[in-house]
Design a protein around this ligand. Structure first.
Ligand SMILES: [Mg+2]
Length: 319
């Protein structure tokens, strides 16, 4: 985790001067999406993410060939469908975290050297189907294969492009005195089988747009919880120059969970974490829970039922 985080910070520092040299770059690396202004005056959101076999999705123990042994009784095609779904959904979630709407996507696939052609066709069809399901047609991409001398895992990359009317919601912007809210539930996204919520979550696209519409400029900061509530809250805190204090007793744990500390670090909840002076109690059928407040200082602390506080700024999971 430390290596990935420090590398991301390094890349952000390299790109920090971009907006000065290129005024159409509204938001450089360091948020859920980049934002650029087109010559016509529109704002585009751009985000890219990967799904790597064995890293972000379970690797079938016997490989991708038939007969497929199955993972938890899933067929090969059903598992490939989940790969495609997650590939699209991760980027859609980043668009949602800015309050944007999908426009289109580009997808690349690097296939294992012996990946069956019929499996590749299933994967391609599923990718297009899931893109269409979220109004994010896949309009281009590329396919390559690992060489047999240098084998590698199935690797999918998706670049999503979104639109937004008015300014996007940044991670920076949380203010002392704001409340901290989260949609849905957290924790338990990864089952022992490797399956679970992290493959089947519904990106909070509608909720992000509703929040932006209902709260307007009062929606001060927002992020999607991909790496763990503690770590992602610390990203809002660092970008905004504030501290965040979360109340353990208020955390909406997924049904059946009791260990809040673990749930904070699980990650891949893909819920929206946001800071505002007020918020609705629900967005349609999606609950919204107040879980803490923004204070002066830095970092993220968890107030435990005992009254003690715990620094949870780095509670997360490296993807
Ligand atoms: Mg994100």
């Amino acid at each position: 985790m430390a290596h990935e985080l420090s590398l991301l910070a390094h890349i952000a520092s390299i790109a920090a001067g971009q907006s000065a040299a290129f005024p159409h770059v509204l938001l450089a690396p360091g948020d859920d999406c980049a934002a650029v202004r087109t010559p016509g005056g529109d704002t585009l959101l751009l985000t890219v993410d990967q799904v790597i076999e064995g890293r972000h999705a379970p690797s079938p123990p016997g490989g991708w060939h038939s007969p497929f042994p199955g993972i938890d009784s899933l067929s090969r095609d059903e598992l490939l469908d989940l790969y495609a779904r997650k590939t699209i959904a991760r980027s859609i979630s980043d668009l949602a975290a800015m309050g944007g709407q999908p426009l289109c996507a580009l997808c690349t696939a690097t296939l294992p050297h012996d990946f069956p052609p019929e499996a590749a066709r299933v994967l391609a069809a599923a990718t297009h189907r899931w893109g269409a399901a979220w109004q994010c047609p896949v309009v281009g991409g590329d396919v390559a294969s690992f060489a047999s001398a240098h084998p590698g895992p199935l690797t999918l990359t998706l670049t999503a492009i979104g639109t937004i009317q008015g300014p996007p919601v940044h991670r920076a912007g949380a203010k002392h005195g704001d409340h901290v809210y989260i949609t849905g539930h957290i924790g338990g996204s990864l089952l022992p089988s490797g399956l679970g919520h992290h493959l089947t979550f519904e990106p909070r696209l509608r909720e992000g747009a509703l929040l932006r519409h209902e709260l307007g400029p009062d929606l001060h900061a927002m992020i999607d919880v991909s790496d763990g509530l503690g770590l992602d809250a610390s990203r809002i805190a660092a970008a905004s120059g504030v501290a965040i204090e979360l109340d353990e007793s208020q955390l909406p744990l997924s049904p059946g969970l009791t260990d809040a500390i673990r749930a904070l670090a699980d990650g891949e909840d893909y819920e929206l974490l946001f800071c505002a002076p007020h918020a609705p109690k629900a967005l349609g059928e999606t609950p919204v829970t107040r879980i803490g407040r923004v204070t002066q200082g830095q970092g993220v602390r968890l107030r435990r039922p005992s009254g003690q506080t715990l620094d949870i700024s780095s509670h997360g999971w490296e993807h």
